[in-house]
Design a binder for this molecule. Structure first.
Ligand code: RFL
Ligand code: PHB
Length: 391
């Protein structure tokens, strides 16, 4: 098979890249190891920056997002049992939107499939196996097996959108890796219950961090700081609710419902430099991971794709490679700011074992400062709603 851009991975990065290229008249194919059902039901992120919503809107894939997404104008920070609102919109003029990542993924898959096959191939192949990239500094090829047959995609460029555990990053020699692994994880649940509050609550508690977010007016998404190797069998529903009640301190406002999904998410900060080798470009989680405290992961992925799609448009329309040549440099400036913010939010809100009383007091002083100084609140708010795009 022959295409212009071979894309590995059908997460938000790969699907958005394929869709934006399609809008620019550029042919691509997306190869995904998992099934369509699996990627459409994988529970992950939930918060979109205003710029991400605008990107999806301009791309014509946000009708359902605008109907079903919940627009938020603030968040609450809770510590020492008291809540403090950060008025995001008053401080920045921007909003954030709650809309599950798997919904973004469903909308993008539907758009790609509706656009139909171009040339001789389907827009997305699910359930592929043994994906490998070859000759990325010359004439790139992707080999894989699909429905029992060995296949080859020949292409001009490869989009490495295959997430943190993918095969594209290891194909780049001499990468510099910057990494921090945190000594805790998040236990996340989905529950059929009314959200505890209209806005998200980030709570610091002596027993560990808790976050109350949502997916709709009837589905709550709740997280608890836990051990990185936490054994879920030790967390029957009653223990989860007890811990959420204690850490969130919201009394009867926290409605207990049927828990229908539970999982443990490890916490890591990770950046690889650079993000390009020859004709292979990494984007999203394949190149960088943030701890979810700042809600930046999917938003950083969308920002990478904006730059990559524009660069490829310029290349195909006019033969210009200037934007592609600056791809990593442009993305990394914004990525590092997202890293800094995610690390800072994580450090401020979590319990670190072995913290001495001095560190504990500094943490509370920082939260106190952020929730009372307009300058400090504005710093948090402008990062939370999303820094401007570089291109
Ligand atoms: P993905 O979503 O991991 O997609 C990569 C895809 O590649 C496939 N794949 C392969 N395909 C072909 N060949 C191979 N060899 C392959 N290897 C892997 C995988 O099956 C998969 O389908 O990466 P992408 O597209 O870069 O998207 C990144 C986001 O998924 C991620 O950053 C966010 O989920 C992070 N995140 C959050 N981000 C936000 O912006 N806001 C949030 O509120 C937020 N909350 C979160 C989060 C992540 C979480 N977890 C579970 C990690 C909350 C949580 C709990
Ligand atoms: C979510 O809704 O899943 C979510 C929201 C904000 C975060 C992390 C996760 O910081």
């Amino acid at each position: 098979m022959r295409t212009q851009v071979g894309i590995i991975g059908a997460g938000p990065s790969g699907l958005l890249l394929s869709h934006l290229l399609h809008l620019a008249g550029i042919d691509s194919i997306v190869l995904e190891t998992r099934s369509r059902d699996y990627v459409e039901s994988r529970v992950r992120a939930g918060l979109l920056e205003q710029g991400s919503v605008e990107t999806l809107t301009e791309a014509g894939v946000a009708d359902r997002l605008h109907r079903e997404g919940l627009v938020h104008h603030g968040i609450e920070l809770r510590f020492d049992g008291v809540g403090h609102r950060i008025p995001l919109t008053d401080l920045t003029g921007k909003v954030v939107t709650i809309y599950g990542q798997q919904e973004v993924v469903k909308d993008l898959i539907a758009a790609r499939i509706a656009a139909g096959a171009r040339r001789d191939h389907a827009p997305i192949l699910f359930d592929v196996e043994d994906v490998a990239v070859h000759d990325v500094t010359g004439s790139p090829r992707i080999t894989f097996r699909h429905e029992g047959r060995e296949q080859v995609v020949e292409c001009d460029v490869i989009g490495g959108c295959d997430g943190f555990h993918g095969i594209c990053r290891p194909a780049i020699p001499d990468l510099a890796i910057y990494e921090r692994v945190y000594p805790f994880a998040w236990l996340g649940i989905l529950s059929h219950s009314r959200p505890v509050s209209e806005e998200l609550i980030y709570a610091r508690h002596a027993d560990g961090f808790a976050l109350a977010t949502m997916r709709s007016n009837t589905v709550s998404r709740l997280y608890l700081q836990c051990a990185p190797d936490e054994d879920l069998s030790l967390w029957p529903d009653a223990r989860i609710w007890e811990e959420l009640h204690r850490r969130l301190g919201c009394g009867d406002e926290l409605e207990e419902g049927k828990i229908f999904q539970k999982g443990v998410t490890p916490m890591r900060s990770f950046v690889c430099e650079t993000m390009r080798h020859g004709r292979l470009f990494l984007a999203g989680d394949a190149a960088h991971i943030v701890p979810p405290t700042g809600a930046k992961g999917m938003n950083l992925a969308i920002a990478d794709i904006r730059v990559l799609a524009r660069g490829l448009e310029r290349f195909y329309a006019r033969g210009e490679t200037d934007l592609l040549d600056r791809y990593a440099e442009i993305c990394l400036r914004r990525i590092w700011k997202g890293q800094r913010f995610s690390w800072w939010m994580t450090s401020m809100l979590h319990r670190f074992d072995g913290d001495d009383p001095f560190e504990h007091r500094v943490q509370v002083a920082e939260l106190d400062y952020v929730s009372t100084s307009r300058a400090a609140m504005t710093t948090l708010a402008e990062n939370y709603v999303g820094l401007p795009f570089e291109v």
